[in-house]
Design a binder for this molecule. Structure first.
Ligand code: S3P
Length: 450
């Protein structure tokens, strides 16, 4: 069902080439962190380019509930007057994080070492996702969590009145877990140490340093070791959020598979912990280039140029690359269906606990469209049918998952017959302008009943 009411099915069909400039919205990961760290500093944090998708709006609302003053000045422009580390007030009501795993997990971390109690919930997708991966390390700080069976929301977290710092080895490759522990460590006296065996997106570490926290990162035999000194006074910042590479993935991939396309996607953040999809596409033979490579706000940024690529070949995506493209496997699976040969994607177990089980959702939808897909617990393999080769003509279930919805609409733009998704609603969580933006490039969408 749509986050805002009844499900709204939509179809995408083959039309002319995609062309033009695609200005995708701000980075979702960075937007959540800017609001939360703004709320944890004293004084005025100014943010431009904030993603105004539902996930981030839910985090803004939550920060108000914890006592921060969060004001919307204009498109993408926000001001946060924070309460300082340890200054969170107790929310008067349940915190509803909607569809956002990042929102709920980071906020749980941020409040877990303050003497407040908060109850969290979310939509049906979020209520099915595991929270134990966050509440287990938060318990080491002295916080307690009471939720449904299997560590599911709704869940009440009782923050530690006298938190102690922790040393924690993150057992799964998850930036959300790492970030929750670091945010909790902010209000613990002494040094909190987080170790990740596989590097995941590092926006929290970068932004903590920007806000003035003492955070040191070292690569050791054990993995990436992050040491944070607790109870800093965070200094408010001015943050320009780069455009989201995970959103850029959709116009880029659509351009690669729709005949004759040529699309420019400017100003995309290319932090190496996020750019794995683009490396993979280039290895497959995509006509994809980085133009005007530059640095903005401490992050590498480029304009991406994607053109129709009829010669793409299936490859084995290195398992160790998975964390740097974890959200992009659904749309990669679509591109793989239009390449020649088999694309194997090992090491993707984490896809099973995203907004939906993304391996199952992609396998089911692509098979319904006529592709051959094999899957295992932590892998998927798609046999490509070449340019224009996917039959399409199916309705695909999106399971309240924005990336599944957008991926199948991209498939429909290049398949022989239209592809329909059962609900367009979830797209608003991360990419509210997806529909007009893609139509502006030449995509042909039809909403049910239209
Ligand atoms: C995110 C981390 C990833 C990613 C999610 C955003 C973040 O989740 O899938 O969309 O902003 O930290 P995991 O930490 O579960 O891998």
């Amino acid at each position: 069902m749509s986050a805002h009411g009844d499900p709204i099915p939509m179809s995408a069909r083959r039309a002319g080439p995609l062309s033009g400039v695609a200005e995708v919205p701000g980075d979702k990961s960075i937007s959540h962190r800017a609001l939360i760290l703004g709320a944890l500093s004293v004084g005025e944090t100014r943010i431009t380019g904030l993603l105004e998708g539902q996930d981030v709006l839910d985090t803004a609302r939550a920060m108000r509930a914890f006592g921060a003053d969060v004001a919307h000045l204009g498109p993408g422009e926000w001001v946060v007057n924070g309460v300082g580390v340890g200054g969170f007030a107790e929310p008067a009501d349940v915190i509803d994080c909607g569809n956002s795993g990042t929102g709920v997990r980071l906020i749980m971390g941020a409040m877990a070492t303050s003497p407040v109690t908060a109850t969290f919930t979310g939509d049906a997708s979020l209520r099915a996702r595991p929270m134990g991966r966050v509440t287990d390390p938060l318990a080491l700080f002295g916080a307690a969590a009471y939720g449904r069976a299997g560590g599911r929301l709704p869940m009440t977290v009782v923050g530690a009145a006298e938190p102690v710092p922790v040393r924690y080895v993150v057992p799964v490759p998850s930036a959300q877990v790492k970030s929750a522990v670091l945010l909790a460590g902010l209000n613990a006296p002494g040094e909190t140490v987080v170790i990740e065996r596989e590097a995941t997106r590092d926006h929290t570490e970068r932004m903590l340093a920007g806000f003035g926290a003492a955070v040191h990162v070292e690569q050791t035999g054990e993995g990436r070791v992050i040491v944070l000194t607790g109870q800093p006074e965070l200094r408010p910042q001015t943050i320009a959020v780069p455009r989201d590479p995970s959103s850029a993935a959709f116009p880029v991939c659509a351009a690669l598979i729709v005949e004759g396309s040529d699309v420019l996607v400017p100003g995309i953040g290319l932090n190496p912990t996020r750019a794995g999809l683009f490396t993979t596409l280039i290895e497959m033979g995509a006509d994809l280039s980085y133009e005007n490579l530059r640095e903005e706000g401490g992050e590498p940024v480029a304009d991406l140029r994607a053109r129709f690529s009829p010669d793409m070949k299936g490859i084995e995506v290195p398992a160790e690359r998975a964390p740097s493209m974890i959200d992009e496997y659904p749309v990669l699976a679509v591109v793989a269906a239009f390449a020649e040969g088999v694309t194997r994607m090992p090491g993707i177990r984490e896809l099973r606990v995203k907004e939906s089980d993304r391996i199952a959702a992609m396998a089911a939808g692509l098979r319904a469209c006529g592709a051959t897909v094999e899957e295992g617990e932590d892998w998927m393999a798609v046999t490509g049918m070449g340019p224009g080769g996917l039959p399409g003509g199916a309705t695909c279930a999106t399971h309240l998952d924005h990336r599944i919805a957008m991926s199948f609409l991209c498939a429909g733009m290049a398949a022989q017959r239209p592809v329909t998704i059962d609900d367009v609603g979830p797209i608003a969580t991360s990419f509210p302008v997806f529909e007009p933006l893609m139509e502006g490039l030449g995509a042909a969408f039809t909403r049910a009943g239209a």
